[in-house]
Ligand binder design. Structure first.
Ligand code: AP5
Ligand code: MG
Length: 213
């Protein structure tokens, strides 16, 4: 099963990606997580990427396409994968479809901006694992600590108000041409998901969609 998740910042891609990947035993591949891992390494490329993310800009199509190509060639993708946050431009979509990899599902999360801002304020993350929490909606067992490692949770550097605004602008700029392009592709099941509901309700709906088809 090969799935693509599309959605604005904080629309719930990473949260649902974790649940889907555990249930269907396919790796969750988040370009955001891979880029943040590179930042942790703190080499020249890491520093460049950090600046781009910190300013809410998009990393170049060339860099993310190359990262994805390498990642999906790994052994664990043999039975499928789930892409979280890739493609996010029409160019990236053209790239993945030109690789002639059959994509089965595209799930697009629809969430109003107001709710996005509220969710972002409460987000806390464990960067090394990509685990995501929310102080209002999905708190960790122990305040401020990752459930598994008990390491300190962080606020993402790009979750500041003005940067979120920039990220949303980037999203709006690209989403129309991206969805126009992918919705015309044949033999892909494309669903728009109401992302306003609870984490569990959204997950149950996704599960029903994936089991039904
Ligand atoms: P990335 O990390 O992918 O950021 P994003 O797309 O902005 O999305 P987020 O991770 O912010 O949100 P999400 O949809 O995963 O929501 P989450 O589940 O965390 O990318 C970061 C940056 O990397 C980009 O800005 C860009 O610079 C670069 N980049 C990445 N991919 C790229 C690409 N393909 N091309 C170029 N550049 C790229 O949920 C948010 C919060 O809400 C959490 O706290 C969660 O607990 C909570 N929550 C989730 N669902 C619900 C719910 N249903 N109800 C209540 N709370 C909820
Ligand atoms: Mg995410």
């Amino acid at each position: 099963m090969r799935i693509i998740l599309i959605g604005a910042p904080a629309s719930g891609k990473g949260t649902q990606a974790k649940l889907i990947s555990e249930k269907y035993n396919i790796p969750k591949i988040s370009t955001g997580d891979i880029l943040r891992e590179n930042i942790q390494i703190n080499n020249e490329i890491g520093k460049k990427i950090r600046n781009i993310l910190k300013n809410g800009e998009l990393v170049s199509n060339e860099i993310v396409c190359e990262l994805i190509k390498k990642r999906i060639q790994k052994k664990d993708c043999i039975n499928g994968f789930l892409l979280d946050g890739f493609p996010r431009t029409k160019k990236q979509a053209e790239y993945i479809f030109n690789l002639r990899i059959k994509i089965d599902y595209i799930l697009e999360f629809i969430v109003p901006h107001q709710l996005i801002l509220k969710r972002i304020c409460g987000r806390r993350v464990h960067i090394p694992s990509g685990r995501i929490y929310n102080i209002h909606y999905n708190p960790p067992i122990e305040e401020g600590k990752d459930d598994i490692t008990k390491e300190k949770l962080q606020i993402r550097e790009d979750d500041k108000n003005d940067i979120v605004k920039k990220r949303l602008e980037n999203y709006e700029e690209n989403i129309y041409s991206l969805t126009q392009y992918i919705s015309k592709k044949k033999n892909i099941k494309y669903f728009r998901i109401n992302g306003k509901e609870s984490i569990l309700n959204i997950y149950k709906k996704i599960e029903t969609l994936l089991n039904k088809e």
